[in-house]
Design a protein around this ligand. Structure first.
Ligand code: ZN
Length: 342
């Protein structure tokens, strides 16, 4: 039986048996492979593995044609520095918005896990940026087309965070004439998420690699979530309190800001305009700034708001905290003043 019948073949180096550390390898032939995501293990997935051991890249990298990144959450790209350290120098393929957001995440990961040496960080980021290949959604990109294979990838909107995608990989084995479409879901969002156009469902595939972090839970719909947010804001307005929301810096913070602008706009009252909203995370603040610049990728609803003269993500009462000193000053200020805030 010819070897080619066993290809393409999948192996998982994270994101299987747990929900973080996503890293999938599609073996196209003995000497050609494709990598989808290279994330960090977090939470429970990281607990049972010894520190550096889990970060080591234990698979070969010299046969990897490309790394495709579904989105820039750390559990999908956090092992990128280790991949480069292991000798990977191929393209890092992602969507256009992800190509803008990815260096920020990697910079943060380097500062936390590796070094605070600015020159070293700059050098590393320049290296990463040199490898980035930004693709438009829905456009096929050919990775290899020779007498052995044709391998193409296409990114489709996944509705999870700005720039997120699921990945379709088409492989054609020229010797056997066999075609195969493999689809990697990455993290998928629900329709009607704030700011994001709804995901495009795929037409079909031969093999589906589906991530299901919240596969065992039913999410509340957006209307109910917004009503709960409103109830908390109303309470803060009534009792001059502070509402603290722990939120992921990338995606979740910007969704919350967008929904808060909605509520403030709908309330229209002087008191709710006085509500101060503080983003106490330099990373979240930097992301919010880039999210604003990426408005061509926002959904139709957000664009309608812009046309109506509103400013989702940059309204009047929004303050961002950029440093630890500023954080300490903010905490003092919160303790002393009695104004409602988030
Ligand atoms: Zn994610």
């Amino acid at each position: 039986m010819p070897d080619s019948l066993f290809f393409p073949r999948l192996s998982h180096h994270g994101g299987a048996g747990g929900v973080t550390g996503s890293c999938h390898r599609l073996q196209i032939s003995d000497d050609r492979a494709l990598l989808v995501d290279c994330g960090l293990f977090q939470g429970q997935d990281a607990d049972h593995v010894d520190g550096f051991e889990q970060l080591k890249v234990t698979f070969p990298v010299d046969d990897v044609l490309a790394l495709v990144v579904t989105h820039v959450h750390i559990d999908h790209i956090g092992r990128l520095p280790y991949l480069l350290a292991a000798g990977y120098h191929g393209p890092i393929i992602c969507s256009v918005p992800s190509s803008r957001l990815l260096p920020l995440v990697i910079e943060d990961a380097l500062k936390i896990g590796f070094t605070r040496d600015r020159a070293l960080i700059e050098r590393f980021l320049a290296e990463v940026e040199g490898h980035l290949v930004a693709l438009d959604y829905r456009e096929w990109h050919t990775l290899v087309d020779d007498d052995r294979h044709r391998v193409r990838v296409r990114l489709q909107r996944a509705g999870h965070i700005l720039g997120s995608c699921y990945v379709e990989v088409d492989t054609l084995d020229r010797e056997s004439g066999e075609r195969h479409r493999t689809l990697f879901s990455g993290d998928l969002g629900a329709p009607y998420a704030p700011l994001l156009p709804a995901p495009n469902p795929p037409w079909g595939c031969d093999t589906l690699v589906l991530e299901s972090t919240y596969g065992d839970r039913c999410h509340e719909d957006r209307r109910h979530r917004r009503a709960r947010l409103k109830a908390a804001i109303d309470r803060a307005l009534a009792n001059g309190g502070t509402v603290v929301i722990p939120a992921f810096s990338i995606g979740r913070t910007q969704e919350l800001l967008y929904e808060m602008e909605t509520l403030i706009h709908q309330a229209g009252s002087r008191r709710s305009r006085e509500l101060e909203i503080i983003v106490d995370s330099p990373l979240a603040a930097r992301f919010t700034a880039v999210y604003r610049e990426l408005r061509p990728w926002w959904d139709a609803e957000a664009h309608a708001r812009l046309r109506a003269g509103r400013h989702p993500l940059s309204f009047e009462n929004l303050y961002t905290v950029d440093s630890h000193e500023e954080h300490e000053r903010t905490v003092e200020y919160l303790a002393e003043s009695h104004r409602p805030r988030w």
